[in-house]
Design a protein around this ligand. Sequence first.
Ligand SMILES: Cc1cc2nc3c(=O)[nH]c(=O)nc-3n(C[C@H](O)[C@H](O)[C@H](O)COP(=O)(O)OP(=O)(O)OC[C@H]3O[C@@H](n4cnc5c(N)ncnc54)[C@H](O)[C@@H]3O)c2cc1C
Length: 868
Amino acid sequence: MDGSASSSSPSGSHRGTATSPGSDSGKSVLICLLRLDLRINDNPLFYYAHQTPKPIVSTAEKTVDLSKLEDEALLGSTADYLLPVFVFDEREMELSGLPGYQRKGPEARTKEYGFWKTGGFRTRFISESVYDVRSRLRAAGSDLLIRFGIPEDVIANLVSAFQADGTHVDGVWLQKEMTYPEIDVENAIVEKLQGTGVPVQFVHGKTLIHPADLPFESCETPDVFTPFRKKVEALGPNMVRPVKPSPAKFKTFPPRVPSTTDYALDVSYEVDVDGLAPRALEPKDKQEGQVSFHDILRFLLTPLNDSQLPPTLEASALLQQRHPASAFPLRGGESSALDRLDWYFVRGKSADSTRWGKADPPPVARYKQTRNNLIGHAYSTKMSPFLAYGSISPRQIWEALDDHEKKFGEDQNTYWVRFELLWRDYFFFVAEKFGDLLYDLGGFERATDPRQAAKKMEQGWWNKWDPLKDGAEHEMTRLLEGRTGIPFIDANILELRESGFMSNRGRQNVASFLSKDLGYDWRIGAEFFQSHLIDYDPTSNYGNWQYVAGVGNDPRASRQFNTIKQAKDYDSHGDYVKMWIPALRNLHADYVHTPWLLTSEERRRYGLKTTKMDVTIDGYPAQPLFEHEGWQRHYERKQGVGSKMHGNPQEKVKDGKVPRRHRPSYRVQAATYGALSDGGHFDQLSASAGTLGGHFDGSASRNVIPPLRGASGSIGPSYIARQSQGFPNVGALSIGAGSERSGSPFGTSPATHTGGMGKFTRAPAAASTNMPAPVGRAPGTAFDFGPGRTGSAASVENPNGRLRRAGGNGEHASNGYADPSLGSGNAAGVYGNGSVNGVSAQTTAPNGVGSAQLSKADLETSWRRGSK
Ligand SMILES: Cc1cc2nc3c(=O)[nH]c(=O)nc-3n(C[C@H](O)[C@H](O)[C@H](O)COP(=O)(O)OP(=O)(O)OC[C@H]3O[C@@H](n4cnc5c(N)ncnc54)[C@H](O)[C@@H]3O)c2cc1C
């Protein structure tokens, strides 16, 4: 294996032999470098490559204002050949597993915390996307040259090889990106081609709104979303340009590609282009010596297994399949993207469509109600991974919405998808405005509110974590391994780690928990997401992390999610948590989000194990890593009560352009526990505090997507079973108004509480020895910290005066976590009448039937953390 390119065709493998060019002398070639635009439809590169260059015509009557023209409007090419190229960039994806590959630089790890930049799931997704677009190009009469290395080097080498061969290089074209390091690649290409006479041309296909159409300069992009949205919506029909058709037949691929020194290794088999075929990517009867797609994948995944750690799940055989419970069970590529688009916007059927009064509307017709759900693939569009790699363009989705509305009319559902697409654009334009601040600890706030940002940049504001030194029981390690003991957080982390996807609701909660509850450097989470998310996109990821961490574009930066409220709002029956944490599957839904509240008697009744040192639920932590005092007021809420799983009626766009139709009322009047507390995109949402008055029977809803049954079969009781599930009345919870746990805005451990909840009296457990093993199916080692973890945990500093529990190894001991079963006067149950933090609440029968009245005090769901 010499790692040198030696093919005369784009699919030539490393075993191929060099073919001398020569006969193409006098011909010309246009090189199109694909990066995050892996599609042939609505791809400006391919569209303009097949246009004739247009002259600029300015007459006395009509002056062409060049500044108003889109950059590429006059673009065209007369080149004889078109050479689409894709380069796996070693700085973004670890390539050292390729046979004979010599890495030029360091491992492809994230800057601050050393995660693999591209984890296993995304590696597979990108690979599928690349080979799919190659198939599609081939079907259209072209091909794709695939190389591994440094894109700017590959391009420069190709240009000089073509020129040496006498082939004229008409230009190098690529899509303009808005973030570093992509911009670095662009600059490097421009620099390397200086003096060659080859023009570099950028096209725009990334955003919904063409940058040239923005009603403001990019440096004037509003710092808050709503003004941005209003300004661009004012463009009306001119806001989004039409989709550009794919050329019916592509220009000829160069019959000979000159050899260069760049690494080439390509599959010898065609990848199916329909995207959803159940058949394998390639025939089983692979011939000796030929490289298959799975070989490539295996090479790429190999280094992700750190030799010091047991094999990661990501690189295991599981990765060859989709996780049975994954909310994103789709493969990468344009074929798959188009199929999903068609399913979600055209072909798919809503579960119960008659209520719409129209025949069989596709799933988009209930997007607004389902978009915050957590289970199954249908609750949202699942377009993000395809958008991230450009397998589909936002304009194509926009067009699908237009087509849907022609048939079914406009409503909040279609508007809300458009609204989210605008959020995506917003983060692009904001990131372009602020450049590298996207990745800065101080965030965009350093530019928008430097004084505030300076405070947050002070030593100690953010807790730190050293992945190399802090031990396996450090609270950050536990969080990232899904072992916090807080089921809603853990389930989301496990979903991400086991499937490469996490819902938007989950992302918001995890981000808030990490950055606000625990107070850690938000970039730990951002880099962790970067590594694991299939749909990782720099602007959406870092922009959203900044937003939630309070250093970005949220005008109410201190907002914080109430994890238990969120869990009960959006996983009202606990199905999601049970799906990803099988250890909890037998718990009644009323307990599943707060298993630490169970008494020993209840634990015994549920058949949960009690070990000598600690109480565990089949290995699930018995006590939460952290507990916020604000959670308490939601502890006794029963399953189904206040569920927002059917949509949040308070979620409205104040001035949305789309008139709202009145819909037949078909669902139980949703209860709301108060002002919106989801922390997401609040600035444009109107919220009125509601009073919980509805009657909730906890029964299965027509809107609830049936839970998937994963390999583990761990879903827990079915909806029907749940209704009849007997449940003991375990007494009254009595937490008096004086039972605030401490003066701290941050919760202390249950053990420190001495109010009406009773004092937990068990002696502190020994540090780390009693900590539970990694959870259920969660491979505790499926984690890529980098070169091993050594040393013991440092305790978490608290120098900035923010009140919070101590963290780090041994925190569970110093917190005096206690076995409630041994204590006296602890919470006896979650049913009955009582008051929490001064909020009176009455709940009735324990079987999910309940009504409750909450006072105004309970409507405030966000709180400020302590500040200096
Ligand atoms: C901490 C955090 C990190 C995130 N990281 C990413 C990321 O790396 N890549 C990514 O694409 N999205 C990211 N998001 C945004 C959002 O969670 C995902 O876009 C969404 O969950 C994808 O699912 P979907 O395609 O079904 O979305 P839908 O609900 O169907 O929305 C349609 C499209 O709108 C866009 N969109 C929706 N919500 C957002 C949002 N909050 N910000 C920007 N665009 C949005 C996406 O392109 C999405 O595909 C992040 C959100 C948070 C809170």
